[in-house]
Design a protein around this ligand. Structure first.
Ligand SMILES: Nc1ncnc2c1ncn2[C@@H]1O[C@H](COP(=O)(O)OP(=O)(O)OP(=O)(O)O)[C@@H](O)[C@H]1O
Ligand SMILES: Nc1ccn([C@H]2C[C@H](O)[C@@H](COP(=O)(O)O)O2)c(=O)n1
Length: 234
């Protein structure tokens, strides 16, 4: 007599989900919630670019000098956790979850992430993390569907009006000026979309979701449904 034992991992196909879009469209909030709800790993690739920028700033590298950034790019060791309930990021063993969110890092991250040597190193890291996520993963960023994981099972491109995005960010940063926040978002999006290497862009086969008039819960439900459809079809 033989018994077939099926575990959840055997019955639920691993799925790779790429979520891209401009700043403040809801990528992180949506990705974390979808991954937690569906038992998937989660990777915040913006946090990795912020971490390397943080290291450059702390080590006195001139981020306006691409050659200096390229020469130093391999020095820091960046490690990302993939638990959606507790996303972690360390540089050389130090927890930098707070340090990477300062206005200084936010204003310098586009310059650092435009350097091809930085992108090549971080892209390699992202691909190896995705490959080792046996149960599947949600990876969010700017170029996941186009460059990092072009074979992803599902690609989502989130958008929202600059006004909605600025209002969301201003709600987070108590007392901040909505107009100044809007201008800063647009400036960063323009830099991220116009760089030569792997710019922020929608993949041709991505599903575009405009979140301007949707609540976060509605966006999460929409993406969960799309992932479940993909899983069922695998
Ligand atoms: N549909 C929504 N409606 C209202 N608020 C939202 C919605 N989606 C996200 N938010 C809020 O907007 C803010 C920005 O969201 P989030 O950090 O997820 O965006 P993001 O696209 O990851 O931004 P960035 O690329 O800058 O990291 C958060 O405070 C989040 O709670
Ligand atoms: N795949 C990615 C992810 C992020 N970046 C750069 C560009 C962003 O302005 C910056 C910070 O990202 P955020 O934390 O705001 O999501 O990192 C990128 O170039 N490619």
């Amino acid at each position: 007599m033989s018994f077939a034992v099926e575990t959840a991992a055997e019955t639920t196909p691993a799925v790779i989900v790429a979520i891209d879009g401009p700043s403040g469209t809801g990528k992180s909030s949506t990705s974390k919630a979808v991954a937690a709800q569906l038992g998937l790993s989660y990777l915040d690739t913006g946090a990795q670019y912020r971490a390397i920028t943080c290291w450059m700033v702390e080590n006195g590298i001139d981020v306006a000098d691409p050659a200096a950034v390229a020469a130093a790019a391999a020095k820091p060791e960046i490690v990302s956790g993939t638990d959606p309930a507790a996303p972690a990021i360390t540089v050389d063993g130090r927890d930098v979850a707070q340090a990477i969110r300062t206005p200084e890092v936010t204003s310098k991250v586009s310059a650092v992430s435009a350097v091809p040597e930085v992108r090549s190193l971080i892209t390699g890291l992202q691909r190896s993390i995705a490959a080792s996520a046996a149960g599947g993963i949600v990876v969010e960023g700017r170029d996941i569907g186009t460059t990092v994981l072009p074979g992803a099972d599902l690609k989502i491109f989130l958008t929202a009006s600059p006004e909605a995005r600025a209002a969301r960010r201003s709600g987070e940063l108590k007392g901040s000026d909505v107009q100044a926040t809007r201008e800063a978002l647009i400036k960063r999006d323009t830099a991220d979309s116009s760089r030569k290497t792997s710019p922020l862009a929608k993949a041709d086969d991505a599903v575009e979701v405009d979140t301007t008039e949707l609540t976060l819960q509605q966006v999460i439900e929409c993406v969960v449904t799309l992932v479940e459809e993909k899983r069922a079809a695998k």
